[in-house]
Ligand binder design. Sequence first.
Ligand SMILES: Cc1cc2nc3c(=O)[nH]c(=O)nc-3n(C[C@H](O)[C@H](O)[C@H](O)COP(=O)(O)OP(=O)(O)OC[C@H]3O[C@@H](n4cnc5c(N)ncnc54)[C@H](O)[C@@H]3O)c2cc1C
Length: 399
Amino acid sequence: MAEDIEAEVLVLGLGAVGAAVAYQLDRRGRDFIGIERQPAAGHAFGSSHGETRITREAVGEGLDYIPLVKRSHEIWAELETPARTLRHEVGVLYLSCGEAGAARHGATDFITATRKAAKVAGVDLVRMDASALRTAYPRFEVTDDTVGYLEPRAGYVRPEACIAAQLEAIAAPDGKLRYGETVLDLDEAAGGVRVQTDLSTYRARQVVVAMGAWIPGLVGDPFSREVEVLRQVQHWFLADPQGPWAAGGGPAFLWFHGPGPNDVFYGFGTTPGGRAGVKVATEQYALSGAPDDTDWAVSQAESQAMFDTHVRGRLVGVTAERVDAAACLYTWNGRADAAGHKGRFLIGPHREIPGVTVVSACSGHGFKHSAGLGDAIVRQMLGEAPLPGCDLSVFRPDA
Ligand SMILES: Cc1cc2nc3c(=O)[nH]c(=O)nc-3n(C[C@H](O)[C@H](O)[C@H](O)COP(=O)(O)OP(=O)(O)OC[C@H]3O[C@@H](n4cnc5c(N)ncnc54)[C@H](O)[C@@H]3O)c2cc1C
């Protein structure tokens, strides 16, 4: 029988979180192996594809995320080259009817939560009334009661490029990064953890499970009890070449156009080298399912409904002609914390197997934190000083 392949650390899944953990281990010269079931990184069958992810330091989802996003911004800056921009500071515009934005990611009043977070993060938000918005941004058809807050130094990151940049920075990756290999099981073993894949058996002192929507199926409770997998859709619509979206660029926007939880959508102007078209998306929380049963195809009817419900009458000159669409997965934690926030990350040890850290960082807002989270996780795992201001224990699920 073949011997177990040994490493100090195994990283299971090389999406946003796994790539960040692997990069941080490599920077410290540690012995690790990363295992990814898809044939290459930056694929379209998880939670990290679609060209753009909003990033903002005024984190309305909770103040404890601020050190993570700030650290992510530092890490992405260190990986940028003249030929590769990872973060685009085009600004993020928060639009709402009146001052209180509707519910989002568990915050019942997302705009107020964002303003509070801006103060803590040391970020200036620029307030604009409807008239100022119409002058500055003719691409948005706003109602008279619309209020906007611009976070000028926010914007978007390119998720596939961020993942690739971290993995490509790993020295001598052959052998360390294994693609097209599926993790099947975890077990306690002498001196650590045994991991069974469809190709090999591994043994390591520590394991990080970063398998996104597939985490609940591998590790069981409390993660499987706390998280649901929700299919989401990103749509790209053609903009009138004579209209205000034709020039591309920012800001990215997050628009609460009514008081209900479904009266919200977000989007981005066309991006350099990206798909032709304005990207928009909303969020759905009603339908959950097993990740392997996901319907990755997006029907024309889904895109038409998105256009009719959110885009029509709001984005000037954006047509109903669909350029593309892509399904994507949220790993959603629906339980509210003490402050009433839902959508919290779940990060903690495996209930039964010592040496295993499980990192579920999705719920629709995790990408911006992922690089910083990689650093924070590795610091914790290696017994280093924690990332300043960051306490990962706040994300620990109930046992
Ligand atoms: C539509 C959409 C929009 C979003 N918008 C934003 C946004 O604007 N801003 C923001 O900050 N965040 C946003 N997010 C959230 C963010 O993208 C996620 O938090 C983040 O991508 C999650 O990364 P992950 O590493 O947990 O999962 P993934 O990136 O999916 O990585 C998990 C990896 O594990 C692999 N894997 C699974 N099972 C196995 C197995 N058995 N063996 C080996 N490998 C396996 C998968 O193939 C995958 O590569 C959005 C998410 C979606 C879906």
